[in-house]
Ligand binder design. Structure first.
Ligand SMILES: Cc1cc2nc3c(=O)[nH]c(=O)nc-3n(C[C@H](O)[C@H](O)[C@H](O)COP(=O)(O)OP(=O)(O)OC[C@H]3O[C@@H](n4cnc5c(N)ncnc54)[C@H](O)[C@@H]3O)c2cc1C
Length: 334
């Protein structure tokens, strides 16, 4: 078991695209690395907001789904076996007299490092939970707040509970893999629909239940079997067999506490120099968390910034270290 009091060369806060690439790259630089991710899974906004969508702007990869990209990023990040801590939100970063950092999380655990790379994006997003009675029984198995694994829905009856375009997008993405898709919307219209969304929905095999709400979840033991929905305009009840529920009812956002960490910010993001150093020596930042002139909010930018941040952290620990890894072709058959 890992020694929790161990001093790491670098702690990376955030396991999104930037943090994952930083974890891979710091392994290449022979740095003892730990990643702390507040969520129960890695992948950041890609995993949370668009796992089922395709990305076309990752260099060298013409087309890849968010889910596949997250899988590849995790595989790459794992190459040098970094320590990964899930479900802990970093609340405090304190620089000690000896120059090392002590990080404290919401679970009151402490983590120790010579350098810190902040890859938190803007902060954390939490999905609004389904409030139906006994929903908590099925939360981890059959109630989903994003599509992070298409396979899970393959051949299944999926009920999408959402008053929003996000739910419509999900339903349409699942149409080709699921056996049956039903969208349940408590309102009379979907919010934020774009051009052609209404038509795409009408032309699809997705069933839509407007003015309807999930009144009760029915199952045996830990197994969800059906959902009772009520049409609020008529009072009519219907019990529908379901295998999986997919819920989008909005998200809450908690901004990253950069000022609380005494970091200089602009537009609520950390200002960095060309080496991705923040105003506290030994703290570096990358990805959506940072601001500089002409910064772009792209995965590709996060990757570059992550490797720069890691190289700077390496030089900070060992000023005689080479400035970068000049080639990875040493990895032959792996
Ligand atoms: C709908 C949508 C579509 C997009 N499409 C594209 C696209 O096609 N191409 C592209 O290049 N970019 C796209 N982007 C932007 C891209 O997703 C971001 O640039 C990228 O996710 C930034 O990665 P990151 O790791 O810096 O931050 P994030 O992805 O935000 O990851 C930050 C991670 O840090 C964790 N975290 C935050 N605070 C703490 C804390 N205090 N303690 C512990 N963990 C913490 C969070 O839980 C999260 O997992 C899109 C974004 C959205 C929302």
């Amino acid at each position: 078991m890992a020694n929790e009091n161990e001093l790491y060369d670098v702690i990376i806060i955030g396991g999104g695209p930037t943090g994952l690439f930083a974890a891979f790259y710091s392994g290449m630089r022979d740095m003892k690395t730990k990643v702390i991710e507040s969520n129960s899974r890695l992948g950041g906004k890609v995993a949370q907001f668009y796992p089922e969508k395709y990305l076309y702007d990752i260099g060298g990869i013409p087309k890849i789904s968010g889910e596949e990209l997250v899988g590849q990023m995790i595989k790459q990040a794992s190459k040098h076996d970094p320590a990964i801590v899930y479900g802990q939100y970093v609340e405090n970063i304190v620089k000690q007299e000896d120059g090392t950092f002590t990080l404290t999380t919401n679970t009151e655990e402490k983590h120790y490092a010579k350098t810190v790379i902040i890859a938190t994006g803007f902060g954390i997003y939490e999905a609004e939970r389904l409030s139906s009675a006994n929903a908590s029984i099925y939360e981890d198995s059959q109630i989903n707040y994003t599509i992070n694994n298409m396979e899970k829905f393959s051949g299944k009856t999926v009920m999408v509970v959402s008053p929003n375009r996000v739910g419509v997008d999900w339903a349409l993405a699942l149409e080709s893999v699921a056996q049956r898709v039903i969208v349940v919307n408590g309102n009379g219209a979907f919010q934020h629909m774009g051009d052609g969304d209404e038509e795409r929905l009408n032309e699809s095999s997705v069933e839509v239940k407007m003015f309807s709400q999930v009144a009760e979840l029915i199952g045996s033991g830990q197994q969800l079997e059906a959902a009772k929905i009520v049409d609020q305009s008529t009072g009519e009840e219907e019990v529908i067999s379901v295998d999986q529920l997919l819920v989008y009812q909005g998200i809450s956002f908690k901004p990253a506490p950069f000022q609380h960490w005494d970091l200089r910010t602009e537009k609520n993001k950390i200002t960095v120099d060309a080496g991705m150093s923040a105003n506290i020596e030994g703290i570096f930042a990358a990805g959506d968390a940072v601001h500089y002139s002409n910064k772009s909010m792209l995965i590709a930018s996060g990757y570059t910034e992550a490797s720069t941040a890691v190289n700077s952290a390496k030089s900070y620990i060992n000023p005689k270290a080479s400035a970068q890894v000049y080639s990875t072709v040493v990895y032959k058959n792996e």
